[in-house]
Design a protein around this ligand. Structure first.
Ligand code: PFF
Length: 467
């Protein structure tokens, strides 16, 4: 028997769930580092510009596609194109991408669980040691934590849209906001915190290069969970009574605010640790920043608040990042699940069990990619660097394919669905959209400058990673 399609209970439910997806590791770690390396407030201005003029229209197009078709990405591209095969194939890319991103995001989230446990047991000092991360990610006991994490994630997903995804976001997102604010206020009271704020907020336009602009677009795109099929699927759970432009704007504001506050937390913390920090000291990889660098920073706070105090601050921070990662993980795993339900007519229970098995099959080699198995650790090499299985999944699906999927969404919406179709969907629940400046901007940009920008990002990523 076909189950009734899930729906968010209200506009707020949608906004919290979509913000839960958008707020993730990208906000908590990648953004602060990128901003401080790329000219501080100068980067912030470019980033805001990218959010408003490149990402916001794509976000609305994705959500509108979902709401119109009432389907997952495969169903949405197929249905709106009138069953054209090549668009169905594009839709399949919109399922494969989140499926694979979930694989390596799961592994990172497992590390967060292990860090929280270690800190709770008094091990902050051990984690701050130079070899700690390398040793910890090669432990076979990670599988135990993997099983624990997957049990939580799939239990939530079994609860469906309202009882699972939305309920989780309703609890975790406000908690996350409060924890972030409290930690930020605490860090700002540390000596030298002001040096971090200055570093973060004084614009330095001399650092702005074409690569910085490229990074700003691709990071904004990734931070809003675009190109992953998430917003198409969440759009299919969005009420016809509510305004897409308005709710989308709220999600973008929430996501950007969290990124901004994460900067106000992390940069002052780093400068309190060492007032002479320079951009070269800031790690380029989010993973090494969170797992290797930040434990040292938290440990250094023991001078001010004692070892227990420093451990509490570290535990709150890692729990905060864990909440952000968990809501993102749940959102991305829902995409293949919605596909199995819509396209294969699985019940939610059967789809969840199937997806849990499929994800486990890929998550095991990804977990073994950091030293546990030589085969998966030295899986292949390209761009002159040896790459693990984990790296390949991250490079291909996270860094490369997202802008490509975004490009296809723009081309599809502008030339197959046509702007008139998109506009009429965006007018549902929003009487003011027709004839607005926003509509005019979308009509002009979605088939022209935005796909060109995304294509440039895609090609330059190819050069950066593979050549
Ligand atoms: N917007 C998320 C972030 O900033 O981390 C991107 C994301 C990644 C969403 C992975 C979901 C996910 F599984």
């Amino acid at each position: 028997m076909a189950e009734e399609r899930g729906q968010f209970s209200s506009r707020v439910g949608f906004i919290l769930a979509a913000a839960g997806s958008a707020v993730g590791l990208g906000n908590m770690v990648a953004f602060p580092v990128m901003a401080s390396k790329s000219g501080g407030a100068a980067f912030l201005i470019i980033y805001l510009f990218c959010i408003a003029f490149v990402c916001y229209p794509v976000m609305m197009a994705e959500i509108a596609m979902g709401r119109r078709s009432q389907r997952n990405p495969v169903g949405a591209f197929t249905d709106i194109s009138g069953g054209i095969r090549r668009w169905r194939l594009v839709g399949m890319l919109g399922i494969l991408t989140p499926f694979m991103i979930a694989v390596f995001y799961t592994v990172i989230t497992v590390w967060l669980v292990v860090y929280i446990k270690e800190i709770a047991l008094g091990g902050l000092e051990t984690l701050a040691g130079d070899a700690a991360f390398g040793e910890l990610v090669a432990r076979p006991s990670l599988f135990l934590y993997l099983a624990f994490l997957l049990a939580i994630v799939f239990f939530v997903l079994l609860g469906g849209v309202k009882g699972g995804i939305e309920r989780l976001a309703r609890i975790l997102m406000p908690t996350l906001a409060v924890m972030l604010l409290l930690l930020t206020v605490f860090v700002l009271t540390l000596d030298n915190a002001i040096a971090g704020i200055t570093y973060y907020l004084i614009p330095d336009f001399s650092k702005v290069t074409p690569t910085v602009v490229n990074n700003a677009v691709s990071h904004a795109f990734f931070s809003l969970s675009l190109g992953m099929g998430i917003l198409i699927t969440y759009g299919s759970y969005f009420s016809k009574k509510d305004s897409i432009p308005h709710s989308t704007r709220m999600v973008a504001i929430a996501d950007t605010s969290v990124a901004f506050f994460a900067g106000l937390l992390i940069l002052p913390a780093i400068f309190a640790f060492d007032p002479n920090t320079t951009t070269d000291d800031l790690s380029t990889s989010s993973v090494s920043l969170i797992f290797s660098f930040l434990p040292k920073i938290f440990l250094s706070m023991q001078g001010a608040v004692g070892y227990v105090g420093a451990s509490v601050v570290a535990a709150i921070f890692f729990t905060l990042v864990f909440f952000a990662a968990l809501t993102s993980l749940v959102s991305i795993i829902e995409i293949p699940i919605s596909c199995w339900i819509d396209e294969w007519k699985f019940s939610r229970k059967k789809a969840v069990v199937f997806q849990a098995a499929a994800l486990t099959v890929f998550a095991i080699p990804a977990t073994m990619s950091l030293g546990m198995s030589d085969f998966f650790t030295n899986f292949t090499s390209y761009g002159g660097i040896s790459k693990s299985f984990f790296d390949v999944v991250s490079d291909v699906f996270y860094s490369t394919i997202l802008p490509l999927v975004g490009f296809t969404v723009c081309i599809f919406a502008a030339y197959r669905w046509k702007m008139s179709g998109l506009s009429s969907e965006l007018s549902v629940g929003d009487e003011g959209f027709e004839g607005s400046l926003l509509q005019k901007y979308m009509n002009f940009s979605l088939g022209t400058i935005i796909p060109v920008v995304l294509l440039v990002v895609f090609v330059s990523t190819l050069f950066q990673i593979y050549i």
